[in-house]
Design a protein around this ligand. Sequence first.
Ligand SMILES: [Zn+2]
Length: 157
Amino acid sequence: MSHKPLTAWRCDKCGERVDEKNGWLEWEAGENYGPRNFKIVHNQKKCCFHDASKDRKDNHLRDYLGTDGRELLLTILYPGDFFVKNFTQGEWDSPDIPQFTEILRRLHVSYYEEARPYLSQAYSNYEMDGANEGTITSSSFCERIFSKYKDSDDVLV
Ligand SMILES: [Zn+2]
């Protein structure tokens, strides 16, 4: 069976494979701060990070996949000037951008999730010499790194 990108992820808690059937996206967002602490986990209590948080937000992982999922993630990032001006009196708590971008990339850039654990090893082996931020986060680069470095016991292989 060949691996298909953007169909499975590693649970941030237990490390096992998680997919659109058993996956969950959770984060925290409070009255005075925007969304942060995003986690991809199994939809079960033992894998949740924010179970005890009063600011916990969560939903099925499948809701954030594909074109519809990208739309939903963009509303977390910023719902647009018109909405903010007319619906929130100009107030919007933006998410933590580095954390948000990491989740967006994991869910929407092919092979990024797959390559993540191997990036340090690839860097140590000079695979990134001459690379820039666009290279390192591209699907083609991530696919090459995953193909070259993946462990046979990786849950995404
Ligand atoms: Zn888990």
